[in-house]
Design a protein around this ligand. Structure first.
Ligand code: SF4
Length: 357
């Protein structure tokens, strides 16, 4: 299938400046040589520790920040070649949902004004009546109602604010949405509602999602494919089922091992990474993970492993074939989240049955 979004060799290097003259004293390599493709209607999760570059990668995909090198293609169009009105037209097709809905909404604008702004900007509705109808439709799609349109962000709960954020992202009828930790700031029952809403919208509108998260339990629930990032590079990419069943990269295994298990009788089989991640200003040579890897060899510090196919997975590790393969069982959505999702799914199925009857 032709990808809706493809990135090739995407790289971002930020200069680090110090002193009164703001001299450049080094560079932070936030994203390094990333290749990815996302199919229409697919959810690609990007996971990794804080500071691994996953949010920067999401913003590079949307051209919210300019890359140092590389190419981003949306639906066959090279986004790097676009400027002015052509770039604005393209922005309609790519939107973002932020982690902090309160911070991303203008406190002085009512929900109606917030949702009307992109509609007017992109010429999707121009009369008061068409704008009002479009705003009402967006609110209903996102589980709110027309009477919420006159309210301001501080009058909503966290979950409702995130629904407004999703409605705003949908206003331009995008093909792809980058969801940057969209449920991290919410409590479990609200998380389940927002995840269900995103799933329903994907089903109805054929949206592709880039789902950025550090929460592997949530990722396992929502993602079709998962890319694992370490110090700016993708080190493993696989269908979600395969990645959780047989992670091949030692870093992926250490991330999975770090997820708390709710079973006191299960012994934790540890492939823990040693110490903290090195600074992105001083990335180790060879395999960047070799300073923390429990199975590193001399080759690892001398030679950088390429991301290569191995079965259904792509993995950047010299010793992926030798790694002990055992299922990373136990990484599931928490009991509370699972129960809440089950209840909501049941209600949705009942509603769908009513409509069909
Ligand atoms: Fe560990 Fe070596 Fe594989 Fe890097 S290449 S993850 S250091 S075994």
């Amino acid at each position: 299938m032709t990808p809706i979004l493809a990135v090739e060799g995407l790289t971002k290097r930020f200069p680090v400046r110090r002193g009164i003259l703001r001299r450049v004293v080094g560079h932070v390599e936030a994203v390094r040589d990333v290749d990815l493709a996302i199919a229409p209607g697919e959810t690609l999760a990007i996971v990794g520790e804080s500071g691994c570059g996953k949010s920067t990668l999401g913003r590079l995909m949307l051209r919210l920040i300019e890359p140092t090198a590389g190419k981003v293609t949306l639906d066959g169009t090279d986004t790097m070649a676009l400027k002015g009105p052509a770039l604005r037209r393209l922005r309609r097709d790519m939107q973002i949902i932020f982690q902090d809905p309160f911070g991303s909404l203008n406190p002085r604008m009512s929900v109606r004004e917030t949702l009307a702004e992109p509609l007017k900007l992109h010429g999707l509705a121009d009369t008061d009546d068409t704008i009002a109808a479009a705003v009402d439709d967006l609110l209903m799609r996102c589980g709110l109602s027309a009477h919420h349109a006159g309210r301001y962000p501080h009058e909503f709960s966290g979950g409702q604010r995130q629904r407004v954020g999703i409605a705003r992202a949908l206003a331009t009828r995008p093909k792809l949405i980058v969801c940057d930790e969209p449920v991290s700031a919410l409590d479990v029952s609200v998380q389940a509602q927002i995840l269900n809403l995103l799933a329903a919208l994907q089903q109805d509108l054929g949206l592709a999602y880039v789902f950025i998260s550090h929460d592997l339990a949530v990722v396992r629930h929502v993602a079709h494919r998962v890319a694992v990032m370490y110090l700016g590079r993708i080190v493993e990419e696989a269908p979600a089922e395969d990645l959780f069943a047989k992670p091949l990269h030692p870093y992926t295994r250490s991330l999975l091992d770090a997820v708390p298990r709710p079973d006191p009788t299960r012994r934790r089989e540890t492939v823990s990474a040693k110490g903290d991640a090195p600074s992105a200003m001083a990335i180790p040579p060879g395999c960047a993970f070799h300073t923390r890897c429990p199975i590193a060899t001399a080759r690892c510090s001398a030679e950088r492993p390429a991301l290569r196919p191995l079965g259904t997975t792509k993995v950047a590790c010299h010793h992926a074939e030798d790694a002990p393969v055992r299922p990373a069982a136990g990484v599931t959505a928490s009991d509370a989240l699972r129960k809440r999702l089950a209840i909501l799914n049941e209600r949705r199925r009942a509603r769908e049955a009513e409509v069909t009857a």
